[in-house]
Design a protein around this ligand. Structure first.
Ligand SMILES: Nc1nc2c(ncn2[C@@H]2O[C@H](COP(=O)(O)OP(=O)(O)OP(=O)(O)O)[C@@H](O)[C@H]2O)c(=O)[nH]1
Ligand SMILES: [Mg+2]
Length: 311
């Protein structure tokens, strides 16, 4: 008797799903909450971002978008700190995500990547790791065009061995002529990708900056060669102090993207948001340690979640 009634109930339940679905969703929506945040919370939130080295400009943009989107939102989720963190993460993701984040190779001819930045930012180490990353599927040559610092050439050669890629250096003290010679060789030896290491320099040193521009010009002029990336390496431990360099390098060479290094040892990673947003440049790669596989292609979603400690 009982069994029969239960079977009947199941039958009725399946017949009634159309109605129950509608009813459920309309009743649930009664419990949806409008999310409200007051100005004091928004100010405190912006301050937290600034304390993590996000610039005023980009923190302002994030908070404005956060406020606007929350005011439009109705939710049946529990509105707690986790909810706010997720909402904030979405805004950070939005301003970091761009369609020029990945590195695209030149299909015909040699693809060239020039790497520049201030002293000690992590250029040579990044090149070693990048050569390893790209060397999997391409024939890669790294080029020691840092003719300034005595040990620089040897340091790059050590990395080329670790990454198992070709290495180029010569006797010239002129970095542009080293770059030129390396590309001549690359063209004749079926190299797919040439990565050029340059000496550390400050953006306000005009002589050194024009030397960098000369490397770029000499490479650009070559036939069957394309500069696919002109990467500026920023030291993650410098935080917002690194930002002043972006504008200076951008003014001299055609920077196509940023590499943020040493993210494993900084609490100032928030500046990466501003380096990208304030200067309209994609972050292409991030350095998270000193070994060969410690360079990651940038992923806006993973990065924004990692920044806020979300899964
Ligand atoms: N923890 C950590 N250390 C890094 C990372 N990238 C580079 N380093 C360290 O930073 C120091 C400087 O790195 P280099 O690659 O020599 O920097 P550079 O920009 O080539 O320096 P110069 O050629 O002198 O201008 C080295 O001790 C590296 O091991 C990183 O992602 N994480
Ligand atoms: Mg170096």
């Amino acid at each position: 008797m009982f069994k029969k009634a239960k079977a009947l109930f199941e039958a009725v339940k399946t017949k009634l799903t159309k109605t129950s679905n509608e009813l459920r969703s309309s009743i649930t929506s009664v419990f949806k909450q409008k999310v409200e945040v007051d100005d004091k919370i928004l100010e405190d939130l912006q301050e937290s971002l600034i304390l993590a080295d996000v610039s005023f400009n980009s923190s302002q943009e994030i908070i404005q978008n956060f406020k606007t989107n929350l005011s439009k939102l109705e939710t049946d989720e529990v509105v707690d700190s986790e909810f706010y963190l997720k909402s904030l993460q979405k805004e950070i993701y939005e301003i970091l995500d761009r369609d020029d984040i990945s590195i695209a190779l030149n299909d015909e001819g040699v693809s060239v990547i020039i790497v520049s930045g201030v002293n000690g930012s992590g250029k040579t180490t990044t090149i070693g790791k990048l050569a390893y990353l790209l060397g999997n599927q391409n024939k890669v040559m790294v080029v020691a065009a840092d003719t300034f610092r005595a040990a620089a050439i040897e340091q790059l050669e050590v990395w080329s061995k670790k990454a198992d890629v070709d290495f180029f250096s010569n006797e010239s003290k002129d970095p542009a002529s080293v770059a030129y010679a390396s590309i001549e060789l690359a063209k004749n030896s079926n190299i797919d990708i040439v990565i050029i290491d340059t000496a550390g320099r400050l953006g306000n040193n005009d002589n050194l900056m024009s030397e960098l521009a000369k490397i770029e010009k000499i490479v650009e002029k070559q036939e069957n060669v394309k500069i696919i990336e002109n990467l500026l390496v920023l030291d993650g431990t410098s935080g917002q102090n690194a930002l002043s360099q972006v504008e200076k390098f951008k003014a001299t060479v055609s920077i196509t993207g940023l590499v943020i290094t040493k993210l494993d040892s900084t609490s100032k990673a928030g500046f990466a948001i501003s380096a990208s947003y304030d200067y309209n440049l994609p972050i292409k790669l991030i350095g998270v340690g000193e070994t060969l596989d410690d360079l990651l292609p940038f992923d806006s979603e993973d990065f924004s979640k990692a920044l806020l400690g979300l899964d």
